[in-house]
Design a binder for this molecule. Sequence first.
Ligand code: SAM
Ligand code: DTB
Ligand code: SF4
Length: 338
Amino acid sequence: MTHDNAATDLRNDWSIDEINALFALPFADLLYRAQVVHRAHFDPNQVQVSTLLSIKTGACAEDCAYCSQSARYDTGLEREKLLPLDEVVAAAEAARAKGSTRFCMGAAWRNPTDRNLDKVIEMVTAVRDLGMETCVTLGMLTDRQARRLADAGLDYYNHNLDTSPEFYGNVITTRTFQDRMDTLRHVRDAGINVCSGGILGMGETGTDRARMLQELANMPQHPESVPINMLVQIEGTPLHGTDEIDALEFVRTIAVARILMPRSHVRLSAGRTDMSDEMQALCFLAGANSVFYGERLLTTDNPAADRDHELFGRLGIRLEQRELDADQAVCCGSGHGA
Ligand code: SAM
Ligand code: DTB
Ligand code: SF4
């Protein structure tokens, strides 16, 4: 089978009508298109795995309506100071021993102070020395802070758009969508790989989901990693009790992300403990090729590594050893791995 240009070309000019038209395709047609794109750029049976650690938990100054860590909501979370370096290294070693190739450290900050950044840089250096890829998510960054992280050898910075610009104010009022875009630009300009995606199931419309993907895909360069989270409902937060997103609509969103950003790793992120094995399998079929691995996300549960091993075994999925740069990505062809 030959691939048409649509399967291989990277585009940054997707119109909302084109994206809505993808969402409106019959399910089988959408998944077929996503598979063609996926197989043109990736081994369809490999999944990249990252492990998360919350290095500073709770008492965050922002008011993100989904988050257990905002100081505004009583979620029963114990606040913790920045973890000491030895605890971080021990957690990274344990993650590496379980087959994880990337270690992501998250802090509940609106933005890091320069002194905090010094400490995080020590952590990045120590985790790199273990031979793992590094990722941090620390809130907003100045241009200079992004360059300092780049100089320390940081591989990825996670900073999610979370939702569409139109819906943003319904979820977060303490910063703007443009603030997010500004930090992402600083990260990109510093030469750090970008990890940016969002959350589904916050009461947004289908058009909001399409608009969020449009914003991600029309950046001058696609994020290398696109986490798609399903809202983990946290008691005490404003979004607790929101109607859940339809599972097939979630799968469709993964498929559209795959089509719009052919070379990016699309990560099936938070919310997997509330998904059936079958739903996760459909997400992989739709082009998701990365997950968070290990029993804990930041403050909530994730499937245990053993459970994921079992699921991957049943699906014939192998763990990706080390992520290649986007421009080195292997082209597997449609017959590979069959
Ligand atoms: N404070 C930093 C920030 O907001 O950028 C970094 C940590 S924050 C917890 C990272 C991301 O986790 C958020 O942007 C959001 O997409 C995701 N997230 C947080 N709470 C979530 C929840 N309850 N369900 C799903 N995703 C969530
Ligand atoms: C992302 O998109 N999802 C991760 C990571 N980036 C930092 C965080 C998910 C958090 C889920 C809720 C919690 O554990 O607190
Ligand atoms: Fe703070 Fe990040 Fe949670 Fe928002 S998502 S409240 S910025 S930790």
